[in-house]
Design a protein around this ligand. Structure first.
Ligand code: ADP
Ligand code: MG
Ligand code: MG
Length: 880
């Protein structure tokens, strides 16, 4: 069986057998780059060795045979006169940087040292190479701690008054080598002098390093299988430590941080191997190389472009220059920042190295996500308080508040705040919606705070265990620092860190390259992308981010705030239809005004407006508050003797009593399943009629301004076709009456958010021009979970224990909810070919869900304004 491959016998496809390093070396030598001769022992041999404790049959013979071949190619002899030295290098099929071992200069002993000095005429270099071998061998093979060797070097430097490693001369190095050998003896070990023993023992040690503790931990953390094994590459040594025309370094073919085109390199002259990474001296940059070793510079530039053309991606290479000659020692796909990955992919597509589709497939939505949020601009002076889980990306600065109410209060005063809680619950959502970001002491990546933060697109750090939030005292402590309400903190949901005071933020504008990439995405995707936006301001952001319409505009907020809530409450408490109509008439002009503004900003695009959805009691004041006020008024009455005060108290009490009765009447056992959505629309038709009147009036007005708009009226929570039929009949009448002769191209449709609606979608489609999946409610009702209870109580455990693979409120549950959606699309479109189908649940901005929606034939997805770019990219990727 073949266990050993010369570089020219392998290629890039053989990473499984030759490891990343081995196959890279093979591929580079195949395309004519200057790689020192060498060969690779396969991962199969490694697995065999680890199982049996012995090299597999034939492996060692094949190794010696290839070694002989290398001797021929280099004209040197292993253990001989003009001594061949080799490196013995680990290299797994999947990159595990720094986890396993490599030994350089194998083949040196006291006698080949003399030959090497003779052959090169460079005593210092030969001694430097020897001491490195003894040092690495001791560390890798015998586990003698590195620090002991470094201590010896340091002590000799002090003794002999030398500053840097390069200042050590031959006699210094001889002393060091002697002391190294003594160190072996102190540890009960002997440095093997026989070159072939060195080679064999090194190969064994590298094989074994696959099972080192740190390698195992790394694999576990990164989900890499344990049975892959490492290959061993044996590479004839080239020397960067032969003087000032020699060097060693690493280079990226483009800047890994910015993505800028052009080589990004760091190197050291007169150095070997890992000196650059180890930070022994400050490395020089590419421009210095141009001056110091021009031949090497030219070769690096030329071959970097060869490599990129070949691999069609940015490469991360290791090189060594020996007396002006450039050698490649490693290549791999370079790691890069989010920003760089977008620039590189876009540039490469423009350069014609890759196609636009390939460029899009290289940018995962996660990369885009990190770019779209404000980031911390570190300056080294920030005071870090601690670290929790990076639950929702971006950074925010604000004053600490400990309650939802305080957050709302602060927001009214236009103060920015960060909501700090032990953990959040549904009760905190109001406060969360006005806070800049959140910080919690408990909870995981799927905790309420984390989920809500991601949905809102706000930064969150959760589960910061070192934090102690004391609600009673309204304080938070970390170590000996205590902060109180109003104190400023900065949270960074990208890294999970949080800081005292205000740290500068950088709002990364979407880069030009990202815009180009998104334009390409728009040409390729088949899914439309709309936004969920409740206000004209949100609609503007949505348009800027590329939304092609509004998939969901909720109308609830049009009943809140200022006068409106008072009118709304009076409407709710009305005893008769005429009374209700009176209040609705007051609301009408306000809503017309809102819709006009909305339509203007969305000129040319469809806008789906959802009619009132929540149960009416959500618009009433809090029951406890009313009871408290009633109580104190009664108390006042018993004490007061002032007639005027008594009268006004009684009047107020009567009022409160009425409110209290209404609240009690509207109270529900389960509001989620209660009197809401189209059920309200059926029992109180006048509410929806007022809304439709407002929509069509506004539409007419904006049309008269010469703007084209496409209002789509959405009726929520339909489960029975009759619901929609009856409501639509009534509302059509109003719409026709209002629009008159004017042509307003309105549509009526429904939200599909109840399982029964999916099952009977064929019937419902008869009454609807469009469907929009409300996957939040659809998920709640399909699973029978109340979302807030699930997120707050058991979702994390469910995912942790593998009962659910992921949170179905973040990514659509394909197996269950998704199956219902598929059925609804099929049945709906069978009834009405022109039926327009989309999704407006929060999952609509999730890449995996977008892919699913594309697969089942939706016409568009609708996502929150900040997630629009991600949805565009995801839609394109799923179309490729
Ligand atoms: P790692 O995987 O930790 O980077 P490597 O096997 O790549 O380990 O080697 C460590 C260092 O030694 C690298 O800087 C590499 O370029 C250098 N090196 C390896 N083999 C040789 C060789 N034959 N000649 C010169 N330098 C070498
Ligand atoms: Mg390397
Ligand atoms: Mg709903």
């Amino acid at each position: 069986k073949k266990y050993v491959y010369l570089f020219n016998e392998g290629n890039a496809e053989m990473t499984g057998l030759l490891g990343g390093k081995g196959s890279g070396l093979a591929e580079m030598s195949n395309i004519g780059l200057n790689v020192p001769p060498g060969f690779t022992i396969t991962t199969e041999a490694c697995i065999d060795f680890l199982n049996s404790g012995d090299f597999p049959e034939g492996m060692w013979d094949q190794t010696l045979e290839k070694l002989h071949e290398i001797e021929k190619r280099t004209g040197k002899k292993y253990g001989g006169e003009n001594p061949l030295l080799v490196s013995v290098r680990s290299g797994a099929p999947i990159s595990m940087p720094g986890m396993m071992d490599t030994i350089l200069n194998v083949g040196l002993n006291d006698s080949t040292l003399v030959s090497l000095i003779k052959a090169t005429g460079n005593e210092r270099f030969a001694l430097d190479s020897y001491r490195r071998l003894i040092q690495m061998f001791g560390d890798v093979v015998f586990g003698i701690d590195k620090s002991y060797f470094e201590d010896i070097i340091r002590s000799v430097k002090v003794e002999r008054n030398k500053k840097d490693d390069v200042d050590l001369d031959a006699s210094d190095l001889r002393v060091i080598i002697e002391k190294f050998k003594e160190l072996y003896i102190k540890n009960g070990k002997v440095f093997p002098l026989e070159p072939l023993d060195q080679l064999r023992i090194s190969v064994e040690a590298v094989f074994r390093s696959w099972n080192s503790e740190r390698a195992k931990v790394y694999r576990e953390l990164n989900g890499i299988q344990d049975n892959l094994g490492t290959a061993v590459s044996i590479v004839s040594m080239v020397f960067g430590n032969m003087g000032n025309d020699s060097a060693t370094g690493v280079a990226f073919t483009r800047d890994p941080n910015t993505g800028k085109k052009g080589i990004f390199a760091e190197y050291l002259t007169n150095a070997q191997g890992e000196d650059v990474v180890a930070g022994i001296r400050t490395p020089k940059e590419i421009e210095d190389l141009r001056n110091e070793i021009p031949s090497a510079y030219d070769e690096l530039i030329r071959s970097a472009s060869t490599l990129e053309k070949h691999y069609k991606d940015m490469q991360d290479i290791e090189f060594t220059v020996e007396k002006g000659i450039f050698y490649f020692l490693q290549t791999r796909t370079g790691k890069r920042s989010a920003k760089a990955s977008i620039k590189i992919a876009t540039d490469m597509a423009i350069e014609g190295l890759i196609t636009r589709e390939e460029a899009l497939m290289r940018i995962t939505p996660r990369i885009l996500d990190t770019l779209l949020h404000p980031q911390i601009k570190r300056n080294g002076k920030e005071v870090k308080l601690g670290k929790g889980l990076a639950a929702s990306p971006g950074a925010a600065v604000g004053m600490i508040v400990f309650t939802s109410e305080k957050a709302v209060e602060f927001a009214k005063e236009k103060k920015k705040c960060i909501l700090v809680r032990p953990e959040t619950t549904a009760d905190d959502v109001r406060g969360m919606s006005v806070s800049e970001g959140f910080l919690t002491q408990k909870g995981g990546m799927t905790s309420h705070a984390a989920v809500v933060a991601r949905a809102m697109g706000k930064p969150a750090v959760v589960g910061a265990e070192t934090l102690n939030v004391n609600l009673k005292e309204e304080s938070l402590t970390v170590g000996n620092i205590t902060l109180r309400e109003g104190d400023i903190v900065t949270v960074d949901g990208t890294s999970g860190e949080f800081y005292m005071g205000s740290v500068d933020l950088e709002v990364s504008k979407i880069t030009e390259e990202a815009l180009t990439l998104l334009e390409w995405a728009d040409k390729i995707r088949k899914l439309g992308v709309r936004a969920n936006a409740n206000t004209p301001e949100e609609a503007i952001i949505a348009r800027e981010n590329g939304a092609e319409g509004i998939g969901l505009a909720r109308t609830e907020r049009m009943f809140l705030g200022g006068d409106r809530i008072t009118i709304m409450r009076s409407m709710i408490m009305s005893n008769s239809l005429p009374e209700r109509l009176k209040y609705l008439d007051l609301l009408l002009p306000m809503q017309i005004h809102d819709f006009v503004e909305f339509f203007r900003t969305m000129e040319g695009y469809p806008v789906i407006i959802r009619l009132l959805d929540p149960p009416l009691h959500e618009f009433l004041p809090n029951k406890e508050e009313i009871m408290n006020e009633m109580f104190s008024l009664k108390l006042k009455l018993t004490k007061s003797s002032d007639n005027f005060e008594i009268d006004s108290s009684i009047a107020r009490l009567t009022d409160l009593n009425r409110i209290f009765q209404t609240i009690k009447n509207l109270e529900e056992f389960n509001p989620m399943l209660g009197f809401r959505g189209c059920r309200l629309g059926l029992i109180y038709p006048e509410i929806y009629e007022m809304q439709v009147r407002a929509i069509i009036t506004a539409a007419k007005r904006v049309t008269e301004e010469g703007k084209t708009i496409y209002p789509e009226i959405m009726i929520p929570l339909v489960g029975v076709d009759n619901e929609l039929r009856i409501i639509r009949e009534r509302l059509e009448k109003v719409a026709k009456e209002v629009s008159g002769k004017e042509k307003v191209p309105y549509k009526f449709g429904t939200m599909i958010e109840i399982p029964r609606a999916c099952l009977t979608a064929d019937k419902i489609a008869k009454e609807a021009d469009f469907f929009s999946f409300g996957t939040n409610d659809l998920t709640q009702m399909t699973f029978g979970y109340s979302r807030d209870d699930a997120e707050g109580k058991f979702m994390a455990a469910y995912i942790g224990e593998g009962i659910l693979p992921y949170d179905p409120f973040t990514t659509v549950d394909e197996e269950g909810v998704g199956e219902l959606m598929k059925m609804a699309v099929k049945k709906g479109k069978a009834t009405k070919k022109t039926l327009e189908v989309g999704i407006c649940g929060e999952q609509g901005g999730d890449p995996q869900t977008v892919e699913f929606c594309n697969r089942i034939g939706l016409d568009y997805v609708s996502a929150s304004p900040l997630r629009i770019p991600i949805a565009r990219l995801s839609a394109a990727r799923s179309a490729i």
